[in-house]
Design a protein around this ligand. Structure first.
Ligand SMILES: *Cc1c(COP(=O)(O)O)cnc(C)c1O
Length: 390
Protein backbone atom coordinates (compact mmCIF):
# COMPACT_ATOMS: atom_id res chain seq x y z
CA UNK A 1 0.00 0.00 0.00
CA UNK A 2 1.20 3.54 -0.74
CA UNK A 3 2.31 5.59 2.23
CA UNK A 4 -0.62 7.36 3.80
CA UNK A 5 -3.14 5.41 1.73
CA UNK A 6 -5.65 2.90 3.06
CA UNK A 7 -7.11 1.36 -0.07
CA UNK A 8 -8.33 4.38 -1.99
CA UNK A 9 -8.70 6.44 1.19
CA UNK A 10 -6.28 8.92 2.77
CA UNK A 11 -3.67 10.90 0.85
CA UNK A 12 -2.56 14.52 1.00
CA UNK A 13 -5.07 16.72 -0.80
CA UNK A 14 -3.56 19.99 0.42
CA UNK A 15 -2.15 23.18 -1.06
CA UNK A 16 1.54 23.31 -1.89
CA UNK A 17 2.12 25.61 1.09
CA UNK A 18 1.32 22.78 3.51
CA UNK A 19 3.44 20.06 1.89
CA UNK A 20 6.65 21.19 3.55
CA UNK A 21 5.09 21.02 7.02
CA UNK A 22 3.64 17.55 6.37
CA UNK A 23 6.94 16.16 5.12
CA UNK A 24 8.82 17.65 8.07
CA UNK A 25 6.28 16.10 10.46
CA UNK A 26 6.48 12.68 8.85
CA UNK A 27 10.28 12.68 9.01
CA UNK A 28 10.30 13.81 12.64
CA UNK A 29 7.79 11.13 13.65
CA UNK A 30 9.84 8.40 11.95
CA UNK A 31 13.02 9.70 13.52
CA UNK A 32 11.94 10.36 17.14
CA UNK A 33 9.07 7.96 17.85
CA UNK A 34 11.05 4.68 17.70
CA UNK A 35 13.87 5.93 19.94
CA UNK A 36 14.19 4.59 23.48
CA UNK A 37 14.41 8.15 24.77
CA UNK A 38 11.06 9.18 23.24
CA UNK A 39 9.35 5.97 24.34
CA UNK A 40 10.59 6.34 27.91
CA UNK A 41 9.57 9.97 28.15
CA UNK A 42 6.11 9.35 26.67
CA UNK A 43 5.43 6.19 28.67
CA UNK A 44 6.58 7.92 31.85
CA UNK A 45 4.12 10.79 31.26
CA UNK A 46 1.28 8.44 30.32
CA UNK A 47 1.89 6.51 33.54
CA UNK A 48 2.65 9.15 36.15
CA UNK A 49 0.68 12.09 34.78
CA UNK A 50 -2.05 10.37 32.79
CA UNK A 51 -2.67 7.39 35.07
CA UNK A 52 -1.99 4.58 32.60
CA UNK A 53 -2.57 1.71 32.33
CA UNK A 54 -6.29 2.36 32.66
CA UNK A 55 -8.18 -0.59 34.18
CA UNK A 56 -10.06 -3.21 32.18
CA UNK A 57 -13.12 -3.55 34.39
CA UNK A 58 -15.39 -6.60 34.41
CA UNK A 59 -18.87 -5.02 34.56
CA UNK A 60 -20.64 -7.86 36.33
CA UNK A 61 -24.04 -6.23 36.79
CA UNK A 62 -24.15 -4.86 33.25
CA UNK A 63 -23.11 -8.32 32.01
CA UNK A 64 -26.01 -9.91 33.87
CA UNK A 65 -28.37 -7.39 32.27
CA UNK A 66 -27.27 -8.19 28.70
CA UNK A 67 -26.56 -11.91 29.16
CA UNK A 68 -22.85 -12.12 28.24
CA UNK A 69 -19.54 -10.99 29.71
CA UNK A 70 -18.79 -7.30 29.22
CA UNK A 71 -15.53 -5.58 30.13
CA UNK A 72 -15.11 -1.79 30.10
CA UNK A 73 -11.79 -0.29 29.04
CA UNK A 74 -11.75 2.66 31.41
CA UNK A 75 -10.44 5.59 29.35
CA UNK A 76 -12.72 7.78 31.49
CA UNK A 77 -10.09 7.38 34.20
CA UNK A 78 -7.32 8.87 32.07
CA UNK A 79 -6.44 12.37 33.33
CA UNK A 80 -8.83 14.84 31.66
CA UNK A 81 -11.69 12.34 31.55
CA UNK A 82 -11.28 10.81 28.07
CA UNK A 83 -8.80 9.09 25.76
CA UNK A 84 -7.74 12.41 24.18
CA UNK A 85 -4.62 12.85 26.35
CA UNK A 86 -2.89 9.75 24.85
CA UNK A 87 -2.56 11.52 21.52
CA UNK A 88 -2.07 15.05 22.88
CA UNK A 89 0.91 14.02 25.03
CA UNK A 90 2.51 12.09 22.17
CA UNK A 91 2.22 14.92 19.66
CA UNK A 92 3.21 17.66 22.14
CA UNK A 93 6.35 15.71 22.96
CA UNK A 94 7.06 15.29 19.24
CA UNK A 95 6.55 19.04 18.68
CA UNK A 96 9.01 19.80 21.47
CA UNK A 97 11.61 17.50 19.89
CA UNK A 98 11.04 19.30 16.58
CA UNK A 99 11.85 22.61 18.25
CA UNK A 100 8.37 24.08 17.86
CA UNK A 101 7.27 26.84 20.22
CA UNK A 102 3.52 26.75 19.84
CA UNK A 103 0.68 24.24 19.51
CA UNK A 104 -2.35 25.13 17.45
CA UNK A 105 -5.47 23.01 17.26
CA UNK A 106 -9.26 23.09 17.10
CA UNK A 107 -11.89 21.62 19.33
CA UNK A 108 -15.66 21.09 19.37
CA UNK A 109 -16.70 19.73 22.75
CA UNK A 110 -13.52 21.11 24.25
CA UNK A 111 -12.13 17.71 25.34
CA UNK A 112 -9.35 17.79 22.77
CA UNK A 113 -8.60 21.47 23.39
CA UNK A 114 -8.28 20.75 27.08
CA UNK A 115 -5.97 17.77 26.51
CA UNK A 116 -3.86 19.91 24.17
CA UNK A 117 -3.31 22.76 26.64
CA UNK A 118 -2.51 20.22 29.38
CA UNK A 119 0.10 18.56 27.16
CA UNK A 120 1.35 21.94 25.93
CA UNK A 121 1.94 23.20 29.45
CA UNK A 122 3.83 20.03 30.39
CA UNK A 123 6.09 20.42 27.36
CA UNK A 124 6.53 24.19 27.76
CA UNK A 125 4.65 25.09 24.55
CA UNK A 126 2.08 27.88 24.08
CA UNK A 127 -1.38 26.70 23.02
CA UNK A 128 -3.87 28.36 20.69
CA UNK A 129 -7.26 26.78 20.10
CA UNK A 130 -9.61 27.55 17.21
CA UNK A 131 -13.21 27.00 18.13
CA UNK A 132 -16.46 27.68 16.29
CA UNK A 133 -18.47 30.48 17.90
CA UNK A 134 -21.44 28.12 18.34
CA UNK A 135 -19.25 25.63 20.19
CA UNK A 136 -17.76 28.35 22.44
CA UNK A 137 -21.30 29.08 23.64
CA UNK A 138 -22.30 25.43 24.00
CA UNK A 139 -19.16 24.26 25.82
CA UNK A 140 -18.72 27.10 28.30
CA UNK A 141 -17.30 24.89 31.09
CA UNK A 142 -14.44 23.50 28.99
CA UNK A 143 -13.73 26.98 27.56
CA UNK A 144 -13.26 28.25 31.14
CA UNK A 145 -10.89 25.39 31.96
CA UNK A 146 -8.82 25.93 28.79
CA UNK A 147 -8.55 29.68 29.52
CA UNK A 148 -7.57 29.03 33.14
CA UNK A 149 -4.76 26.77 31.92
CA UNK A 150 -3.53 29.56 29.67
CA UNK A 151 -4.81 28.61 26.22
CA UNK A 152 -5.68 31.39 23.80
CA UNK A 153 -9.16 30.72 22.35
CA UNK A 154 -9.59 31.90 18.73
CA UNK A 155 -13.30 32.21 17.81
CA UNK A 156 -14.11 30.95 14.30
CA UNK A 157 -17.01 32.79 12.65
CA UNK A 158 -16.65 31.42 9.12
CA UNK A 159 -19.06 28.85 7.66
CA UNK A 160 -21.47 27.55 10.26
CA UNK A 161 -19.13 28.37 13.15
CA UNK A 162 -18.68 24.72 14.05
CA UNK A 163 -15.91 22.11 14.12
CA UNK A 164 -15.37 21.62 10.38
CA UNK A 165 -14.88 25.37 10.01
CA UNK A 166 -12.44 25.45 12.91
CA UNK A 167 -10.38 22.66 11.27
CA UNK A 168 -10.22 24.62 7.99
CA UNK A 169 -9.13 27.74 9.89
CA UNK A 170 -6.41 25.85 11.80
CA UNK A 171 -5.04 24.35 8.55
CA UNK A 172 -4.86 27.89 7.09
CA UNK A 173 -3.04 29.17 10.16
CA UNK A 174 -0.63 26.24 10.05
CA UNK A 175 0.25 26.92 6.41
CA UNK A 176 1.28 30.42 7.50
CA UNK A 177 3.31 29.56 10.60
CA UNK A 178 4.43 25.93 10.48
CA UNK A 179 8.06 26.91 11.07
CA UNK A 180 7.31 27.61 14.73
CA UNK A 181 3.93 25.92 15.27
CA UNK A 182 2.71 22.32 15.33
CA UNK A 183 -0.90 21.51 14.42
CA UNK A 184 -1.91 18.99 17.06
CA UNK A 185 -4.57 17.06 15.13
CA UNK A 186 -7.17 15.61 17.50
CA UNK A 187 -8.40 12.52 15.68
CA UNK A 188 -7.40 10.00 13.01
CA UNK A 189 -8.24 12.45 10.22
CA UNK A 190 -6.53 15.07 8.08
CA UNK A 191 -3.76 14.62 5.50
CA UNK A 192 -1.04 11.98 5.88
CA UNK A 193 0.82 11.56 8.26
CA UNK A 194 -1.80 12.67 10.84
CA UNK A 195 -4.11 9.63 10.69
CA UNK A 196 -1.17 7.28 11.22
CA UNK A 197 0.42 9.36 13.98
CA UNK A 198 -2.82 9.67 15.95
CA UNK A 199 -3.67 5.97 15.56
CA UNK A 200 -0.18 5.03 16.74
CA UNK A 201 -0.43 7.16 19.88
CA UNK A 202 -3.93 5.84 20.64
CA UNK A 203 -2.94 2.20 20.11
CA UNK A 204 -1.80 2.15 23.72
CA UNK A 205 -5.49 1.44 24.45
CA UNK A 206 -5.65 -1.76 22.39
CA UNK A 207 -2.22 -2.96 23.47
CA UNK A 208 -3.34 -2.73 27.09
CA UNK A 209 -6.67 -4.43 26.34
CA UNK A 210 -4.80 -7.36 24.80
CA UNK A 211 -2.48 -7.80 27.77
CA UNK A 212 -5.22 -7.29 30.35
CA UNK A 213 -7.79 -9.64 28.81
CA UNK A 214 -5.16 -12.38 28.44
CA UNK A 215 -4.35 -11.96 32.14
CA UNK A 216 -8.00 -12.03 33.19
CA UNK A 217 -9.52 -14.52 30.76
CA UNK A 218 -6.58 -16.33 29.19
CA UNK A 219 -7.94 -15.56 25.72
CA UNK A 220 -8.78 -12.71 23.36
CA UNK A 221 -12.25 -11.10 23.40
CA UNK A 222 -14.89 -12.09 20.84
CA UNK A 223 -15.77 -8.50 20.11
CA UNK A 224 -14.65 -4.93 20.72
CA UNK A 225 -17.21 -2.13 20.49
CA UNK A 226 -16.21 1.53 20.24
CA UNK A 227 -17.98 4.78 19.40
CA UNK A 228 -16.57 7.63 17.37
CA UNK A 229 -16.52 10.08 14.52
CA UNK A 230 -12.96 10.66 13.34
CA UNK A 231 -12.15 7.27 14.81
CA UNK A 232 -9.25 7.79 17.22
CA UNK A 233 -10.54 5.90 20.26
CA UNK A 234 -11.94 3.14 18.05
CA UNK A 235 -8.77 2.66 15.99
CA UNK A 236 -6.69 2.87 19.15
CA UNK A 237 -8.66 -0.04 20.58
CA UNK A 238 -8.93 -1.98 17.28
CA UNK A 239 -5.45 -1.71 15.77
CA UNK A 240 -3.68 -4.45 17.74
CA UNK A 241 -6.58 -6.80 16.87
CA UNK A 242 -6.92 -6.18 13.13
CA UNK A 243 -5.03 -9.35 12.23
CA UNK A 244 -6.89 -11.38 14.89
CA UNK A 245 -9.68 -12.41 12.55
CA UNK A 246 -11.79 -14.00 15.30
CA UNK A 247 -12.16 -10.70 17.13
CA UNK A 248 -15.20 -8.85 15.74
CA UNK A 249 -14.88 -5.06 15.64
CA UNK A 250 -17.90 -2.74 15.89
CA UNK A 251 -17.76 1.01 15.22
CA UNK A 252 -20.78 2.94 16.50
CA UNK A 253 -21.58 6.43 15.18
CA UNK A 254 -24.30 8.92 16.09
CA UNK A 255 -27.64 8.00 14.52
CA UNK A 256 -29.37 11.16 15.83
CA UNK A 257 -33.14 11.05 16.28
CA UNK A 258 -33.46 8.90 13.15
CA UNK A 259 -31.38 8.35 10.04
CA UNK A 260 -33.66 10.81 8.21
CA UNK A 261 -33.34 13.54 10.86
CA UNK A 262 -31.02 16.47 10.26
CA UNK A 263 -29.15 15.67 13.47
CA UNK A 264 -28.01 12.25 12.27
CA UNK A 265 -24.24 11.86 12.10
CA UNK A 266 -24.25 8.35 10.62
CA UNK A 267 -21.67 9.02 7.90
CA UNK A 268 -21.25 5.34 7.02
CA UNK A 269 -24.99 5.11 6.32
CA UNK A 270 -25.63 8.54 4.83
CA UNK A 271 -22.28 9.71 3.44
CA UNK A 272 -20.02 8.75 0.57
CA UNK A 273 -16.31 9.02 -0.23
CA UNK A 274 -15.10 12.60 -0.60
CA UNK A 275 -12.18 14.84 0.26
CA UNK A 276 -12.33 16.64 3.59
CA UNK A 277 -9.42 18.46 5.24
CA UNK A 278 -6.80 16.99 2.94
CA UNK A 279 -7.88 13.36 2.99
CA UNK A 280 -10.22 11.09 1.04
CA UNK A 281 -12.67 9.49 3.42
CA UNK A 282 -16.29 8.64 4.08
CA UNK A 283 -18.02 12.03 4.46
CA UNK A 284 -21.50 13.44 5.04
CA UNK A 285 -22.35 15.62 2.03
CA UNK A 286 -25.38 17.15 0.38
CA UNK A 287 -26.51 16.39 -3.16
CA UNK A 288 -24.08 19.01 -4.51
CA UNK A 289 -21.10 17.43 -2.75
CA UNK A 290 -20.97 20.19 -0.11
CA UNK A 291 -19.92 18.95 3.33
CA UNK A 292 -22.94 18.55 5.56
CA UNK A 293 -22.18 19.35 9.20
CA UNK A 294 -23.77 16.87 11.57
CA UNK A 295 -25.55 17.98 14.70
CA UNK A 296 -25.79 15.08 17.10
CA UNK A 297 -26.21 15.90 20.76
CA UNK A 298 -22.91 14.17 21.50
CA UNK A 299 -20.60 17.06 20.57
CA UNK A 300 -17.60 14.75 20.19
CA UNK A 301 -19.32 12.78 17.42
CA UNK A 302 -19.93 15.83 15.24
CA UNK A 303 -17.06 15.55 12.79
CA UNK A 304 -18.69 14.91 9.38
CA UNK A 305 -15.92 12.56 8.17
CA UNK A 306 -14.64 9.12 9.15
CA UNK A 307 -10.87 8.81 9.13
CA UNK A 308 -9.27 7.12 6.08
CA UNK A 309 -8.10 3.97 7.86
CA UNK A 310 -11.49 3.45 9.46
CA UNK A 311 -13.22 4.16 6.14
CA UNK A 312 -11.06 1.49 4.55
CA UNK A 313 -11.54 -1.09 7.31
CA UNK A 314 -15.30 -0.67 7.08
CA UNK A 315 -15.31 -0.92 3.29
CA UNK A 316 -13.12 -4.03 3.50
CA UNK A 317 -15.57 -5.63 5.91
CA UNK A 318 -13.10 -5.88 8.80
CA UNK A 319 -14.97 -3.34 10.96
CA UNK A 320 -18.75 -3.29 11.13
CA UNK A 321 -20.18 0.24 10.87
CA UNK A 322 -23.09 0.65 13.30
CA UNK A 323 -25.10 3.48 14.83
CA UNK A 324 -27.25 4.22 17.86
CA UNK A 325 -30.20 6.59 18.07
CA UNK A 326 -30.49 9.37 20.65
CA UNK A 327 -33.26 7.73 22.68
CA UNK A 328 -31.17 4.54 22.90
CA UNK A 329 -28.13 6.57 23.93
CA UNK A 330 -29.90 8.27 26.83
CA UNK A 331 -31.37 4.95 27.98
CA UNK A 332 -27.85 3.51 27.88
CA UNK A 333 -26.63 6.29 30.19
CA UNK A 334 -29.38 5.27 32.62
CA UNK A 335 -28.61 1.56 32.34
CA UNK A 336 -24.90 2.07 32.98
CA UNK A 337 -25.67 4.28 35.96
CA UNK A 338 -28.10 1.82 37.43
CA UNK A 339 -25.98 -1.30 36.96
CA UNK A 340 -22.45 0.00 37.53
CA UNK A 341 -22.83 3.46 39.09
CA UNK A 342 -20.98 5.10 36.20
CA UNK A 343 -22.06 8.10 34.11
CA UNK A 344 -20.61 7.72 30.60
CA UNK A 345 -19.96 10.52 28.12
CA UNK A 346 -22.76 10.74 25.55
CA UNK A 347 -20.25 9.62 22.91
CA UNK A 348 -19.35 6.51 24.93
CA UNK A 349 -23.04 5.83 25.55
CA UNK A 350 -23.41 5.13 21.80
CA UNK A 351 -21.19 2.05 22.16
CA UNK A 352 -23.07 0.97 25.29
CA UNK A 353 -26.41 1.49 23.54
CA UNK A 354 -25.36 -0.67 20.62
CA UNK A 355 -24.54 -3.59 22.92
CA UNK A 356 -27.79 -3.14 24.86
CA UNK A 357 -29.94 -3.09 21.73
CA UNK A 358 -28.21 -5.80 19.70
CA UNK A 359 -27.84 -8.55 22.28
CA UNK A 360 -28.74 -11.12 19.65
CA UNK A 361 -25.38 -10.47 17.94
CA UNK A 362 -23.52 -11.82 20.98
CA UNK A 363 -23.91 -15.23 22.59
CA UNK A 364 -23.82 -16.05 26.29
CA UNK A 365 -20.33 -17.55 26.32
CA UNK A 366 -18.81 -14.52 24.58
CA UNK A 367 -16.56 -11.79 25.94
CA UNK A 368 -17.23 -8.25 24.74
CA UNK A 369 -14.99 -5.24 25.44
CA UNK A 370 -16.60 -1.80 25.31
CA UNK A 371 -14.08 0.98 24.88
CA UNK A 372 -15.35 3.32 27.59
CA UNK A 373 -13.94 6.46 25.96
CA UNK A 374 -14.94 9.12 28.49
CA UNK A 375 -16.91 10.25 31.50
CA UNK A 376 -20.19 12.13 31.35
CA UNK A 377 -19.62 15.15 33.60
CA UNK A 378 -19.46 17.44 30.56
CA UNK A 379 -22.85 16.15 29.39
CA UNK A 380 -24.79 16.35 32.67
CA UNK A 381 -26.94 19.32 31.61
CA UNK A 382 -27.86 17.69 28.30
CA UNK A 383 -28.69 14.39 30.02
CA UNK A 384 -30.81 16.01 32.75
CA UNK A 385 -32.63 18.16 30.21
CA UNK A 386 -33.50 15.04 28.19
CA UNK A 387 -34.97 13.17 31.13
CA UNK A 388 -36.49 15.93 33.22
CA UNK A 389 -36.77 19.00 30.92
CA UNK A 390 -35.09 22.21 32.07
C1 LIG B 1 -13.70 13.09 21.22
C2 LIG B 1 -14.41 11.96 21.79
C3 LIG B 1 -14.89 10.89 20.98
C4 LIG B 1 -14.83 10.90 19.47
O1 LIG B 1 -13.59 11.07 18.88
P1 LIG B 1 -12.83 9.88 18.14
O2 LIG B 1 -11.63 10.53 17.56
O3 LIG B 1 -13.73 9.31 17.11
O4 LIG B 1 -12.48 8.90 19.20
C5 LIG B 1 -15.49 9.81 21.61
N1 LIG B 1 -15.63 9.76 22.95
C6 LIG B 1 -15.20 10.76 23.76
C7 LIG B 1 -15.41 10.64 25.24
C8 LIG B 1 -14.58 11.89 23.22
O5 LIG B 1 -14.16 12.87 24.02
Amino acid sequence: MLKGRFGKYGGQYVSETLMHALIELEEAFERFYPTAEFQEELNGLLRDYGGRPTPLYYAKNFSRLVGFKVYLKREDLLCGGSHKLNNALGQALLAKKMGKKRLITETAAGQHGLATVMAGNICGLKTEIFMGIKDIERQAANVKKMRLLGAKIKPVKTGAGVLKDAVSETLREWAACSRTAHYLMGSTVGPHPFPTIVATFQSVIGNEIKRQILEKEGRLPDAIVACGSGGSNALGAFKPFIDEKDVRLYFVEGGGESLGADNSAAAFQLGKPGVLHGSLMQVMQDTHGQIRPSKTRAAGLNYPGRGPELSYLCEAGRVKPCYAFDHEVFEAVKAMGKTEGLIPALETAHAIAYVLNHREEFSEDEIVVINYSGRGDKDLDTILRYFYGS
